[in-house]
Design a protein around this ligand. Structure first.
Ligand SMILES: N[C@@H](CCC(=O)N[C@@H](CS)C(=O)NCC(=O)O)C(=O)O
Length: 239
């Protein structure tokens, strides 16, 4: 079963996950869920998608994931996996086609360290855009974000590679991408002005077929985001 419209409280629970499939509980505009959607798409994994109304979550969803967060995966055996990096690592381990994580323990550790660092960058995107919407002075936060971007840029320069894990896309690129895809919406595109290698990375990522398959148009993001900051997120925006 696959549907785009979100399931709210009171909606009938979906049936068991069909054999040979995996299910993702998602929200069309969630950057964390997009990480998992990128991995599902890149690896060509057969899956169905249940979008959740995060303002009015179905009880059956909370029963599966008590944290009530997307992304959440469910297998035909009823196993439930959540937290985006864990879902992505799980998919890479269980589905051997097109490995996204390096095979060596050190390679994997390196990607986890990069993700750990990047996790400290993620709050800036939200703090800056909410601050700006509240009329706060966000110039200090923007300067800090630019410093973080400069570090990422330096990383690419030192590695002399197009992507963060080498000359082709690996897991770490997909973990970071959803936030860069939203730079326009967060009005933070100018933060890429003095980081040429990082900017080129965003351009290369934009050309990736998997990225193209999981992204929304800037207009759709903008439309959703407006409803989000007004406190009435329309998870079905654009459908
Ligand atoms: N640490 C989690 C964060 C996921 C997350 O925050 N998802 C948001 C949507 S973008 C969510 O499910 N929010 C629902 C809520 O907070 O109740 C992950 O990496 O998967």
């Amino acid at each position: 079963m696959s549907t785009e419209k979100c399931f709210a409280n009171g909606s009938a629970a979906p049936g068991p996950v069909p054999k040979g499939h995996i299910r993702i509980y998602s929200m069309r505009f969630c950057p964390f869920a997009q990480r998992t959607r990128l991995v599902l798409n890149a690896k060509g994994i057969k899956h169905d998608t249940i979008n959740i109304n995060l303002k009015d979550k179905p009880d059956w969803f909370i029963e599966k994931n008590p944290l009530g967060l997307v992304p959440t995966l469910e297998t035909p055996a009823g196993e439930v996996i959540y937290e985006s990096p864990i879902t992505c690592e799980y998919l890479d381990e269980v589905y051997p086609e097109k490995k996204l994580l390096p095979s060596s323990a050190f390679g994997k550790a390196q990607q986890k360290m990069m993700l750990e660092h990047f996790s400290k960058v993620v709050p800036y995107f939200y703090k800056i855009s909410t601050g700006r919407n509240n009329g706060d002075d966000v110039s200090g936060l923007e300067a800090e974000l630019k410093q973080k971007f400069a570090k990422l840029n330096e990383d690419l320069v030192n590695k002399k590679t197009k992507f963060f894990g080498g000359d082709s896309i690996t897991m770490i690129d997909y973990m970071m991408w959803p936030f860069f895809e939203r730079l326009d919406i967060f009005e933070l595109k100018h933060c890429l002005d003095n980081v040429p290698e990082l900017k080129t990375w965003t351009e290369c990522m934009s050309e990736d077929p998997t990225v193209k398959a999981t992204r929304h148009s800037v207009d759709t993001y903008r439309g959703f985001y407006k409803t989000y900051i007004e406190g009435k997120p329309n998870y079905d925006y654009g459908l």
